[in-house]
Write a protein that binds this ligand. Structure first.
Ligand code: ZN
Length: 132
């Protein structure tokens, strides 16, 4: 296998293309527009209509379980008041998804190709050569 699972994790944490390792997940003219395919290696990044669901689920999970629920628990146990809890939940619900948007795409591609590394074009090419 050309691209190992370790390399897939490294590329995912750095928000890089899991196939070629270049920072090509997002268009150069926008911080939030995802490239349909990697300009370097043609890996499909935005793979179909539901492609955003993976990053969305990661973003939602981190926001809910990392920010909102802990704040609610702190409020429910009396450690913080409503004057702190409400703005913290509101700010967390708005800011965390924005801050995690790019990272969640890298994490999603990392998770997807960690479990299906043979689907990477670089690894498929090696397999096709092995079949001959
Ligand atoms: Zn690439």
């Amino acid at each position: 296998m050309t691209v190992s699972r370790f390399k897939i994790i490294e590329n995912g944490l750095k928000c890089r293309c899991p196939n070629c390792g270049l920072p090509t997940l997002f268009r150069s003219d926008s911080r939030f527009k995802v490239n349909e395919t990697c300009p370097n290696c043609d890996l499909r990044i935005e793979n179909g209509d539901g492609a955003f669901l993976g990053p969305f689920a990661i973003n939602y999970g981190v926001t809910a379980f990392g920010v909102i629920i802990p704040v609610i628990v702190l409020y429910a146990t009396g450690r913080i008041g409503a004057r702190v809890a409400l703005p913290a939940c509101f700010a967390g619900a708005l800011l965390v998804p924005l801050l995690l948007y790019r990272v969640s795409w890298g994490w999603w591609l990392m998770l997807y190709y960690f479990f299906l590394p043979a689907n990477l074009p670089a690894n498929r090419m090696g397999r096709e050569e092995d079949d001959r």
